[in-house]
Design a protein around this ligand. Structure first.
Ligand code: ATP
Ligand code: MG
Length: 268
């Protein structure tokens, strides 16, 4: 099963896939106890420009895997390559969005969006223009000079998305970015993400617990098993773009949800 899944994940057209993960495993040392094995053996490839969701139960190792890909923690073993390079530390051409927006409350919205450019030493008029353009793209025109506390949770998460995109990342890593939002806002954000992906061509790896969210936004749903995580299924979502809410009612959509549910062991 595993080898068949790996083959499905490989691109035969592109010899060097954008993302290549092979035999990735992770254990955490625990004082006085056996090490906790979070990830057992994760192998798959990601095509450039694809949106891949990592779907799996709570505690299975999704965040751990995403942090490894982001270069935030070193893997215990295995190969992690992006664009043909081994990832061993955070990369300037990656953008990361977490479940909480984590904006700096003392900075304006525009200054929050520009923060990565300050770190990179690239604050100039072009960066300011791009910050304003991104804020307009996510519907926040006119809020540039506001402060985070003056925005709703969904608006703050849109700012976090702009901050992750300001330096034109090739890879956008998102860890349950819409998990704290109400359902309607979440659906809007999913459409916004698809729109941004179409406009920027960024490759996206997106962690979620939600089966319907994963099917709706993905090119590929990579289903993680319970901990220690292995890949339970690797599902190609052949639904057309642009996607809109109506596709949620198509039989093909439901069938893909069923397949993901079966891989998670919650439907038969
Ligand atoms: N720094 C750490 N030290 C020890 N154990 C850790 C550490 N980070 C994660 N773990 C353990 O690794 C396992 C996977 O955690 P992880 O946060 O990756 O899960 P997850 O799939 O993201 O869960 P959730 O969906 O609830 O966010 C958990 O059992 C967790 O306790
Ligand atoms: Mg997590």
């Amino acid at each position: 099963m595993q080898s068949q899944i790996i083959e499905q994940g490989r691109s035969s057209a592109a010899p060097v896939p954008f993302g290549h993960f092979e035999g990735v495993h992770q254990h955490f040392r625990r004082p006085g106890q056996a090490p906790l094995v979070a990830i057992e053996n994760i192998t798959f490839d990601v095509k450039a420009g694809h949106l891949v969701t990592l779907l799996g139960p709570s505690g299975c190792g999704k965040t751990t895997f995403l942090k490894i890909v982001a270069g935030l923690i070193p893997a215990s073993g295995g190969t992690i390559q992006i664009n043909g390079r081994a990832v061993v530390e955070p990369q300037p051409d990656f953008g990361v969005v977490f479940q909480q927006a984590n904006l700096m409350p003392w900075r304006t919205i525009q200054a929050n969006v520009l923060f990565p450019m300050e770190i990179l030493g690239r604050t100039d008029a072009a960066a300011e223009l791009r910050a304003r353009e991104l804020l307009a793209l996510v519907g926040l025109e006119g809020f540039e000079k506001s402060y985070p506390a003056q925005l709703s949770g969904g608006m703050q998460q849109r700012v976090a998305l702009c901050r992750a995109l300001i330096h034109k990342p090739k890879l956008l890593l998102m860890d349950e970015p819409f998990g704290a939002l109400d359902e309607l806002t979440r659906m809007e954000m999913q459409d916004l993400l698809l729109d941004i992906r179409a406009k920027t061509g960024a490759t996206v790896m997106f962690v979620t617990h939600s089966i319907s969210e994963s099917v709706y936004i993905s090119d590929i749903v990579c289903v993680f098993s319970k901990r220690p995580a292995v890949i339970a299924d690797f599902i190609a979502v052949d639904l057309p773009y642009p996607r809109s809410a109506e596709i949620r009612y198509l039989p093909e959509f439901t069938e893909l949800e069923h397949r993901a549910g079966r891989a998670l062991g919650i439907t038969r």
